[in-house]
Design a protein around this ligand. Structure first.
Ligand SMILES: [Zn+2]
Length: 112
């Protein structure tokens, strides 16, 4: 009496190990936060954008870096007429590295 037809099974044993392992694997399988695609928004000059790190609306600080092409051009110029300083003076053969003036983080590079 008092039994509504339910079998009186003992409490089901649930192993904890595999469950915890599954949770851990699931968490570690989460992808790292994707990098925002900002390269296409960055131009050769200072660019208005929103910093992906500090979320501030900023105008990027640009630092020009010489590329292999710059050195090649310098070598050619040096051979031709010893004006190796000409390509270094022009920014046309340099990449533009954009930095956030607010948090000083590197945002991306505009490649010529
Ligand atoms: Zn920033």
């Amino acid at each position: 009496m008092g039994n509504d037809g339910l079998p009186l099974y003992p409490q089901v044993y649930r192993p904890q190990g595999p469950t915890k392992m599954d949770q851990k694997e699931f968490q570690s399988a989460q992808p790292s936060p994707p990098m925002p695609v900002q390269a296409m928004l960055l131009g050769p000059e200072n660019t208005m954008t929103v910093c992906q790190f500090c979320r501030a609306s900023i105008k990027t600080a640009v630092r020009y870096t010489t590329t292999a092409r710059t050195h090649t051009a310098a070598a050619l110029w040096g051979i031709l007429c010893c004006l190796c300083c000409v390509p270094y003076a022009a920014n046309s053969a340099k990449n533009s590295d954009h930095y956030c003036p607010n948090c000083q983080r590197y945002l991306g590079t505009y490649v010529k």
